[in-house]
Design a protein around this ligand. Sequence first.
Ligand code: NAD
Ligand code: UD1
Length: 346
Amino acid sequence: MAAPQCVLITGGAGYIGSHTVLQLLLGGYKTVVIDNFDNSSQVAINRVQELAGDHAVNLTFHKMDIRNKPALEKLFASTKFDAVMHFAGLKAVGESVQKPLMYYDNNVVGTLALLEVMDAHGCKKIVFSSSATVYGWPKEVPCTEEFPLSAANPYGRTKLMIEDIFRDIYASDSGWKIIMLRYFNPVGAHPSGHIGEDPLGTPNNLMPFVQQVAVGRLPALKVFGTNYSTKDGTGVRDYIHVADLANGHLAALRKLSDPQIGCEVYNLGTGKGTSVLEMVAAFEKMSGKKIPLIIAGRRPGDAEIVYASTEKAELELNWKAEYGIEEMCRDQWNWVNKNPYGYQTK
Ligand code: NAD
Ligand code: UD1
């Protein structure tokens, strides 16, 4: 029997990373997780270990910043990685407008440090967390991977820059195998309710905000815009269960063993558009909680309708999202009901 593959996961204590690490462990992979806990905590790692049961022996954790090249060097010198999954990064759009240097340093400089060390150690397989944000304000939907790319803020620009860096690296050295996954709107939590999204400060994204209203931490949800040309006037997005997203990463990892793969990009979404009001209604149904609404103006920079074309991922990764919005809301509620203050006790 072949030895299990060993995967380095950067940012593996975070929301999407922690769910993916758990799936990797359950899938029989050896995982080495690095995270600087900038937006996460040791508790997430402990919970993943608990959920992984006997497979937890295959998880090693190092508190480390990806910009710390000597530390990365040491890690790569002591462990042979078959592939890297690169989640580590800052992701708050508004903060990126206020602190662009911090975003370029963390996301772009951090990725360069990682890639230099990978290159030096001959580890040339990587799955990268990109975002649907690189489609900017799409002229039509569904968004296919061939759509023109643009960025509306420094966060989006870091994703676009990193995508370009990957394309350049591959053009210079076809020994690299690179998969960039453009996530649409990740929501939900592990069905156990033991791991989930735990944003620091007031949440910017819809469902983390809704979950805090549901447990009384925030009084009401502001609906940003009710006069869009959509079914009920509110913005439409492609929400995807984080468990489906995690499985998409395992599919991408398998794809990296395909001798044909070079540098590829795949959308990870459901292909379905859901409005803000539909999402709130689904959450109310699954939680039994009323979410008070305040009708507010449009949020600057918001697109009207964004959803994915899922054809390429279905065809080439053999992956398809399985969960619908009710399951997303059920699991989001289960997580916040059990952990109203996230990983903090209060
Ligand atoms: P998250 O903040 O929960 O996870 C990111 C993790 O990276 C955190 O644990 C953080 O502590 C860690 N980190 C940040 N900078 C680091 C550094 N320099 N060194 C080491 N660790 C570092 O975010 P998430 O939602 O899990 O997102 C993961 C990735 O997916 C990010 O790159 C994000 O931009 C991308 N993404 C997220 C979404 C979303 O809506 N959640 C959508 C599209 C793309
Ligand atoms: C946001 C980011 C985008 C990022 C994505 C996933 C902006 C401008 N864009 O996109 O770069 O890739 O998150 O992390 O921040 N809404 C409300 N009230 C709220 C919050 C949101 O009505 O309090 C609405 C929004 O107007 C939108 C929908 O809910 O129509 C989803 O918003 P959000 O969760 O922030 O995701 P995106 O807008 O897709």
